[in-house]
Design a binder for this molecule. Structure first.
Ligand SMILES: NC(=O)N[C@@H](O)C(=O)O
Ligand code: NI
Length: 161
């Protein structure tokens, strides 16, 4: 079985797949009488002909090594996963090889990091590693199909670095 090592998530490594949201650098502006740093407009959101929706996901935690047997993508919109805990989670994406996913990449977020998947990015479903697997999800609400699933002929084993 192919093995992929989960690497620490960085904005640079993730840039072609999506955005990393965190407060690692200086805020873009200080607001609220100087008591709050605003990290302004940090994701490339795209909802096509639909609209933005915020949903809550309460997902079962998984563990490493993780058996990846399905990838999916949303051709009509981006999808952001914003943890409502301070736990790291597993992020799996794949390069685009035309009508199917190509090389798989895996990342571990740092506590407090959120991600936004670009429209059409192949990814594994939301994969918490710790309880609570509680996330806010910002993605497209609209008509028409927005989920393309690709079962893997051979599962991929995602392992810790
Ligand atoms: N299907 C759904 O709402 N969630 C998936 O898109 C996912 O990436 O978890
Ligand atoms: Ni998805």
């Amino acid at each position: 079985m192919t093995e992929v090592i989960a690497r620490a998530l960085t904005a640079a490594a993730f840039a072609s797949f999506g955005d990393v949201l965190d407060c690692a650098d200086d805020p873009d502006k200080i607001i609220n009488q100087g008591l709050c740093g605003r990290y302004h407009d940090r994701a490339r959101l795209d909802f096509g002909d639909g609209r933005a929706g915020i949903s809550l996901f309460n997902a079962e935690p998984r563990s490493l090594p993780y058996k990846l047997d399905l990838l999916e993508r949303h051709p009509e919109g981006s999808q952001a996963f914003i943890p409502m805990s301070h736990q790291p989670f597993l992020v799996i994406v794949a390069e685009d090889a035309g009508d199917r996913p190509g090389t798989v990449h895996a990342f571990l977020t740092a506590p407090g990091q959120a991600i936004n998947l670009l429209r059409g990015t192949w990814h594994g479903v939301l994969t918490p590693l710790h309880a609570p697997g509680l996330f806010a999800v910002v993605d497209r609400i609209g008509s028409g199909a927005n989920l393309e699933e690709h079962p893997l002929a051979q599962p991929v084993r995602i392992v810790a670095g």
